[in-house]
Design a protein around this ligand. Structure first.
Ligand code: SAH
Length: 342
C-alpha cells in the first residue's frame, strides 16, 4: 500500500522532492497543500506536473470517512465519528469557546488503560493511529465546519503517551510554520500518568500544556478506578509533575472526575489539596459523564461547585469543566461505543 503523505515530516518531504530532481521550495508548496483537505495531488495547482506524477506514484493523501455527525442545539458542539481505511472508527469533537474553536482528537482506536469510568476503554485497544490519522481529524473538521481551529486537545479516545512516536510526529507536523502553524501553547496533551514518558515529552515539547488525569488522591482509591496506578502510583506521578513544572516553568493541570460517593466528599478534597499544595497547578473538576455500562454515578454540578469551593479555600486553583454538547451522546467514546465497534 502507498504511504500516506500527510504522515511525512517536512524534512522527509524535502528529501523526497530533492532526490527526485526537484527544487527544495517545491516541498514547501506541497506541504502547505496538505492542510487544505484536497482529495488529489492534481489539486496542487502551483506544483509542476512532473512532480505531481511522482507523488501520485509514491503516495496517497490520507483522509477520513465521515460515519456520523451530531450537532448540539444547545451550544454548537459537534461530535464526529470517522471511519479509517481498515474499518476502525474514531471520535472527535468540535467545541466553540470564547477564546477560539477547539477540537478534541483521538490518538488510538480504543485504549488499553482500562479506566473504570471511561467508555473508550471498554472494548480495549484496537491499534495506534498514525500521525496522518491524528492530523486528518483536525483538517477534515476544519473543512466540514468551515471554521478555523485554534486549539487542540488530545483528550479523545486513547492514551497519547502510549502512542508517543506517532503523536510526537503529529505535533511536529501541526506546529510547522508551512503547515497549520499551531503554537504548542495552543495544544494540550492529556495523560493518565505514563510517568516514564514525561522526560521525553518535556524535552521534545516544553511549551505544550499537560493535563494529568488524577481522579483520586490516594493509591487505595486510584487503584480501584485506574489500573495504571499499580504501575505508576500517585507519589511517582506527583514527583514527575513537580519535576516537570520546575524544568519547563509551566503550570500543570490535573483532571479530577467526580464520582458520587467515591471521590467527592470533604475528606477526598482535603486529601487532594494536601497532595497538590506548593505545586504550580490547576485542577479541572469534571462531573462524571455517566456511561451506563460502568454503573458509576455522577456527583453533579452542585457537588462539583462545593468541591471547588473546598479546594479554592485551601489555596488550590480549581475550575469546573463546562459541559458542552449535553444533548448529544454524552461522554467521550460513546458515539463509537454505540456502534459496537473496535
Ligand atoms: N488517556 C488520556 C486522554 C483521554 S481521556 C487520559 O487519561 O487523560 C480524557 C479525559 O476524560 C481524562 O481525564 C479521562 O479520565 C476523562 N474521562 C474519561 N471518561 C470520562 C467520563 N465518563 N466522565 C468524565 N470524564 C471522563
Amino acid at each position: 500500500m502507498k504511504e500516506d503523505i500527510r504522515g511525512l515530516l517536512p524534512n522527509e518531504l524535502e528529501d523526497f522532492v530533492i532526490v527526485n530532481g526537484h527544487k527544495r521550495f517545491r516541498a514547501k508548496q506541497v506541504f502547505s497543500w496538505l492542510y487544505k483537505d484536497i482529495k488529489s495531488f492534481r489539486d496542487m495547482t502551483n506544483v509542476p506536473k512532473a512532480l505531481i506524477s511522482i507523488l501520485e506514484e509514491n503516495f496517497k493523501i490520507g483522509s477520513l470517512t465521515l460515519a456520523d455527525r451530531q450537532i448540539s442545539k444547545m451550544d454548537g458542539t459537534q461530535k464526529f465519528l470517522f471511519e479509517l481505511d481498515d474499518g476502525n472508527q474514531i471520535e472527535s469533537v468540535f467545541m466553540k469557546y470564547k477564546y477560539g474553536n477547539t477540537v478534541c482528537i483521538s490518538t488510538q482506536a480504543g485504549c488499553r488503560m482500562g479506566c473504570k469510568f471511561c467508555a473508550s476503554g471498554l472494548l480495549g485497544l484496537s491499534r495506534n493511529l498514525t500521525a496522518s490519522e491524528i492530523l486528518s481529524q483536525v483538517i477534515v473538521i476544519s473543512k466540514i465546519t468551515g471554521e478555523k481551529i485554534s486549539n487542540i486537545v488530545l483528550m479523545g479516545t486513547g492514551e497519547p503517551l502510549d502512542n508517543y512516536v506517532n503523536v510526537s510526529k503529529f505535533l511536529r507536523i501541526i506546529h510547522n510554520p508551512d503547515g497549520y502553524n499551531l503554537s504548542m501553547r495552543s495544544i494540550t496533551i492529556s495523560t493518565c500518568g505514563l510517568v516514564d514518558k514525561f522526560d521525553i515529552l518535556s524535552n521534545d515539547f516544553p511549551q505544550i500544556n499537560v493535563a494529568i488525569s488524577l481522579h483520586a488522591a490516594t493509591d487505595q482509591k486510584r487503584n480501584q478506578i485506574m489500573p495504571i496506578n499499580k504501575k505508576f502510583p500517585i507519589s511517582s506521578v506527583i514527583d514527575k509533575a513537580r519535576e516537570y513544572v520546575k524544568k519547563t516553568g509551566r503550570r500543570i493541570s490535573f483532571e479530577y472526575t467526580l464520582v458520587k460517593g467515591f471521590n467527592d466528599d470533604k475528606k477526598d478534597m482535603d486529601a487532594l489539596a494536601n497532595l497538590l499544595k506548593d505545586l504550580n497547578c490547576h485542577v479541572n473538576l469534571i462531573p462524571l459523564n455517566e456511561v451506563s455500562q460502568t454503573g458509576l454515578i455522577t456527583s453533579g454540578r452542585k457537588r462539583a461547585e462545593e468541591c471547588m469551593e473546598i479546594l479554592t479555600k485551601k489555596g488550590i486553583n480549581a475550575t469546573i469543566r463546562r459541559q458542552l454538547g449535553a444533548d448529544i451522546d454524552g461522554a467521550c467514546g460513546q458515539l463509537r461505543l454505540k456502534q459496537g465497534v473496535k
